[in-house]
Design a protein around this ligand. Structure first.
Ligand code: AMP
Length: 142
């Protein structure tokens, strides 16, 4: 099973904020979209970094309330790890576990075509397991 199988089901929406956004702006976007990370992209669409809820917790722990007015660029991770649509979901799981990250933007030919989260991967595994159980049950009944 491949990353593209997940994207086919969930679509290719990429939620992003501009580098001028504050940490509070990003928190509002995360809350409105019920997601855990946003990409930071410039006006031309180039990816400058990724900011997750974990970065916001870290900012608040360090600076308190004042962190909310700081730029997302102060707290984002600049070196963004990505995957490709043809990557196996097992390899995405391995990358997320090894690097301790829960979000992987998907790129194709250098272009951003979606984001896969650990939640998407777990959902996909559950769906796969349920389908296997159903197939085995049908087989045993036949
Ligand atoms: P997460 O587990 O995704 O909430 O993120 C944990 C930390 O890893 C945060 O500091 C994020 O900015 C960073 N992070 C999340 N996803 C990525 C990614 N794809 N590439 C690089 N860093 C990431």
């Amino acid at each position: 099973m491949l990353v593209v199988d997940i994207l086919r089901k969930k679509g290719g929406e990429v939620v992003a904020v501009p580098p001028e956004a504050t940490v509070q702006d990003a928190a509002k976007v995360l809350s409105a979209h019920r997601i855990g990370a946003v990409l930071v992209r410039d006006a031309g669409g180039a990816v400058l970094g990724i900011l997750s809820e974990r970065d916001i917790v870290k900012a608040l722990a360090h600076q308190g309330e004042a962190a909310l007015a700081e730029s997302v660029t102060e707290w984002m991770t600049r070196n963004v790890v990505t995957c490709e649509p043809g990557d196996a979901i097992a390899s995405v799981m391995e990358t997320m576990t090894r690097r301790r990250i829960r979000h992987l933007p998907v790129t194709e030919g250098g272009e951003l075509i979606g984001v896969v989260s650990i939640g998407d991967v777990v959902k996909h595994r559950i769906d796969e397991t349920l389908a296997e159980v159903e197939a085995m049950t049908d087989y045993l009944r036949s």
